[in-house]
Design a protein around this ligand. Structure first.
Ligand SMILES: Nc1ncnc2c1ncn2[C@@H]1O[C@H](COP(=O)(O)OP(=O)(O)OP(=O)(O)O)[C@@H](O)[C@H]1O
Length: 461
């Protein structure tokens, strides 16, 4: 088995991702997927390269973990820690407990770092909530829980969700040690005294910049924190991105924290090759996407739209034209959302058309392509002299872009992202993204399917 020039490898052997589902069977003659299972050698190479975010000089044994947790880690197929795990775990596990603000690129194993800390701090003999973890979406909360369950497999840990529609109305107080959920429901459970926060020792924010941003979930997150004990609480805040305005706030939210930070140029990982396609106009974007369909289904792909209605409209049109795609967004009811993401995770659906709801954290190893059907934009209030009320969605949202493309290229795998641009404005927005991330975005011809396939195969090789 040969290592390629930059030491990348493509999707993992089934089971290597623990709670993530087994890889779907590749199409028999697909070159793109052929290399899928050539993983072990090159992963070892990357984990041995000091410049890789997957590098570690240490073993899991050296990080001070309990034997039962080591068993859980090895059972998940992990052999060596990644850089963030190696650096963050000893700091988070030392006593007295110290806060942590941890940044590391998408798909480099932040979840294991904070899950192992929660599991290490819990006193299993006490039937009460001791660790709370907040995430921005129910999909991510469910995924984190699957990691807690997998890593805690050899411990007596009890867990509970704080996500919509999960607990029966008349259920009594939560006795579980670890509660994972979204901030709105977590606040509700505390307010209704279903969740007694008095024994909480660890408070984790995944996607912390998003959870603390006052334009986003910040208020609700603060509300949860205000209910937690002040003395001895360990706060762990993780993300791949920490824009400056949130970084300052995070330092106040998690005072005296140990910090692991990335430089701006380190933010996005080089295993993801970025492309763009010039579409003639908004309508042409749909035609280009349909032309791409055969390539989208070679592995799995996620198509990001700005609006729910766009995601639904594209999915309906493609379905009516005989393509198999699913759509997922926040307006669907919880049970439907769970079924859709589970189908996608298990490989029963190959193309998922969605919104920013799953732009962060979702870890599905077989996703080798991300399409920004609409570029991610952020709302900007009018400011300055004479500015009227309101604002506009004209500025590219760099953080969301980094998270979206990070749904592929997980833990050293290769991936492709494609941006659709269709006019001067979107072109300029993409230009700003390219400058901000410092990574080249290469043009792919939209009319020539063979050329598209050739470029993509090249990128995934
Ligand atoms: N030490 C390890 N060895 C092998 N695989 C690992 C290791 N640590 C994590 N992984 C796997 O790597 C993948 C990515 O991990 P994870 O989802 O924690 O990334 P992340 O840093 O939280 O990413 P994001 O910023 O997108 O949330 C998962 O499938 C996980 O099981």
């Amino acid at each position: 088995m040969e290592k390629d020039a930059d030491g990348f490898y493509t999707p993992a052997a089934p089971g290597a991702g623990g709670s993530t589902p087994a890889a779907p069977q590749p199409a028999p003659n697909s070159d793109l997927i052929k290399s899928t299972f050539e993983v072990d050698v090159t992963l070892a190479d990357q984990q041995g390269d000091p410049n890789s975010p997957l590098y570690s000089a240490k073993t899991f044994e050296e990080l001070g973990l309990h034997d039962d947790l080591l068993k859980g880690i090895y059972d998940m197929g992990f052999t060596k820690p990644s850089k963030i795990q190696e650096r963050a775990l000893p700091l988070m596990l030392s006593n007295p407990p110290t806060n942590m603000i941890g940044q590391s690129q998408s798909g480099t194993g932040k979840t294991a770092a904070f899950v192992l800390t929660m599991l290490s701090r819990v006193d299993f003999s006490k039937p009460q909530p001791q660790a709370l973890c907040l995430a921005p979406s129910r999909e991510l909360a469910r995924q984190i829980m699957s990691v807690v369950v997998a890593m805690g497999k050899f411990t007596p840990v009890q867990t509970e969700y704080a996500i919509k529609d999960n607990l029966a109305r008349d259920s009594g107080p939560i006795k579980a040690h670890i509660v994972v959920g979204t901030p709105g429901t977590m606040t509700d459970l505390i307010r209704k005294r279903i969740l007694d926060p008095s024994g909480v020792k660890v408070f984790v924010l995944d996607e912390a910049d998003n959870m603390l941003d006052q334009e986003g979930l910040g208020d609700q997150t603060l509300r949860v924190k205000n209910q937690l004990p002040r003395e001895g609480l360990q706060i762990l805040a993780f993300s791949a991105t920490f824009p400056d305005h949130v970084r300052n706030f995070a330092s106040k939210f998690a005072p005296n924290a140990n910090k692991i930070e990335l430089k701006k140029e380190e933010l996005s990982i080089s295993g993801i090759r970025q492309f763009y396609m010039d579409c003639k106009n908004e309508e042409d974007k749909y035609d280009v996407l349909v032309r791409l369909y055969a390539l989208l289904t070679i592995g799995q792909s996620i198509i990001f739209c700005q609006h729910k209605h766009t995601a639904d409209r594209i999915a309906q049109r493609m379905t009516a034209e005989g393509h198999k795609v699913a759509s997922l967004h926040g307006a669907k009811d919880p049970a439907e959302r769970d079924a859709i993401i589970d189908n996608f995770r298990d490989g029963r659906e190959k193309v998922l058309i969605t919104t920013n709801v799953i732009s962060r954290g979702i870890d599905i190893l077989q996703v080798n392509m991300v399409v920004n059907y609409d570029l991610p934009l952020m709302y900007e209030r009018n400011t300055g002299a004479g500015a009227g009320p309101g604002g506009s969605y004209d500025r590219p949202d760099i953080e969301t872009y980094i998270h979206r493309i990070g749904r592929t290229g997980r833990f050293g795998r290769r991936g492709i992202s494609i941006n659709f641009v269709h006019d001067k404005k979107t072109w300029q927005q993409m230009d700003q993204i390219e400058k901000a991330t410092g990574k080249t975005i290469t043009r792919i011809e939209t009319g020539d399917v063979d050329e598209m396939e050739r470029k993509m195969k090249e990128a995934l090789k």
